[in-house]
Write a protein that binds this ligand. Structure first.
Ligand SMILES: Cc1cc2nc3c(=O)[nH]c(=O)nc-3n(C[C@H](O)[C@H](O)[C@H](O)COP(=O)(O)OP(=O)(O)OC[C@H]3O[C@@H](n4cnc5c(N)ncnc54)[C@H](O)[C@@H]3O)c2cc1C
Length: 328
């Protein structure tokens, strides 16, 4: 899409009975970007049954307008894409932000293709910068296998669009505000598929991003029996278990527990890594961790560069003793 854009920043908001934290965080980020653009208005688009009742929370986070389509299911990404494509064509926002959730990623990609604009996926930072006298959204991603931080702009096509993984930005404080709730209708006919049921993931599988304590195990745990010690330590510390890609690939831990570029972004107050080398693709998912304790037998492992406290040693010796001491 190449039409002149109006000065507004939009967020595709997701909900399933309650608003997704990444959508609230993106509204907060949109407000910041709007200020950097010299006062651009922030709008959110919300679909699904019961959406109207959730609009006020988006307004209290900083949205001036919330477009609500109650007759479009959040799970109908085709219907959501038609809705959003129509709204963007009509209102021409400068920027559109999406949570990099499975639904958000699918919907955003469809909308980008229909509008003929770019979409930068899995951003870890967003800001406005002047380039050749024009304001541009600078979208930072971990690129080239995670070894470099790439800054991407979309100078020719509009809107500028980015997805951001949950946990990268925090939801802003709510303040009672006034805003406009605008009902809108589905932009397409009946979907080519039928949604029979929606099943929520058990809380245990979704709580990693919000956990205050995370214990992450890597390839250095050696085998499933070794990985059981990670679970034991997490239990003693009242924390959540996570793992690296090799730990997931070996079947020691489910894929929804993977931290990193292709996994979850965690922001615990306390992160313990066990036999994790600290590859950039893992580290990207733990940049917002508070205190990091790393245990690894290789003193040159990159994980020690990001750790606040490091123990160089063999996990088979260190871990049982650590668990024993903590139990006491
Ligand atoms: C496009 C792409 C995306 C990726 N996305 C992700 C991602 O999201 N998340 C992710 O984790 N990875 C991801 N990876 C893989 C990533 O590059 C690394 O290979 C991975 O993070 C390494 O995992 P690890 O630290 O468990 O294993 P290793 O790098 O093999 O490290 C094992 C560590 O254990 C230590 N160790 C071994 N034995 C012991 C012992 N007995 N006691 C103490 N320490 C011991 C070693 O010294 C070493 O530091 C991705 C890769 C690519 C190319």
């Amino acid at each position: 899409m190449n039409m002149p854009a109006k000065n507004s920043v939009w967020v595709w908001a997701e909900q399933y009975q309650k608003l997704n934290a990444v959508s609230l965080a993106l509204v907060g980020k949109a407000v910041e970007l709007g200020q950097q653009l010299g006062g651009a208005e922030v709008s959110a688009v919300l679909a699904g049954a019961g959406a109207a009742g959730l609009a006020k929370e988006l307004i209290d986070c900083g949205a001036s307008k919330v477009f609500v389509a109650e007759d479009v299911s959040m799970f109908d990404t085709e219907g959501c894409a038609s809705l959003m494509t129509g709204l963007v064509r009509t209102h021409r926002p400068e920027i559109v932000l999406w949570g990099a959730t499975s639904l958000g990623r699918e919907t955003a990609a469809r909308v980008a293709a229909r509008l003929g604009t770019g979409l930068t996926a899995h951003c870890i930072d967003l800001h406005i910068a002047k380039i050749d006298g024009q304001d541009h959204l600078v979208m930072s991603v971990a690129g080239w296998g995670g070894n470099l931080l790439l800054k991407i702009v979309c100078p020719e096509r509009k809107p500028q669009m980015a997805t951001v993984k949950p946990g990268i930005f925090q939801p802003p404080p709510r303040q009672p505000r006034h805003g406009e709730v605008i009902p809108v209708e589905a932009a397409s006919g009946p979907a080519r598929y039928e949604i029979l049921a929606a099943t929520e993931e058990p809380e245990e599988a979704t709580s990693l991003e919000r956990a205050a304590v995370v214990v992450a195990g890597g390839w250095g745990l050696n085998d499933l029996a070794g990985f059981a010690l990670v679970e034991e330590l997490a239990k003693v510390m009242n924390g959540s278990v996570a793992g690296t890609r090799p730990a997931v690939d070996a079947g020691w831990i489910p894929a929804n527990r993977m931290v990193g570029q292709s996994g979850k972004t965690v922001a615990p107050r306390f992160l313990v890594t066990l036999g994790v080398s600290g590859a950039p693709q893992f580290a990207t998912g733990a940049l917002n961790a508070g205190f990091i304790l790393a245990i690894d037998k290789n003193p040159a492992a990159p994980i020690f560069e990001m750790a606040d406290l490091g123990i160089v040693g063999d996990l088979r010796e260190v871990l049982p003793r650590l668990i024993e001491e903590l139990r006491k």
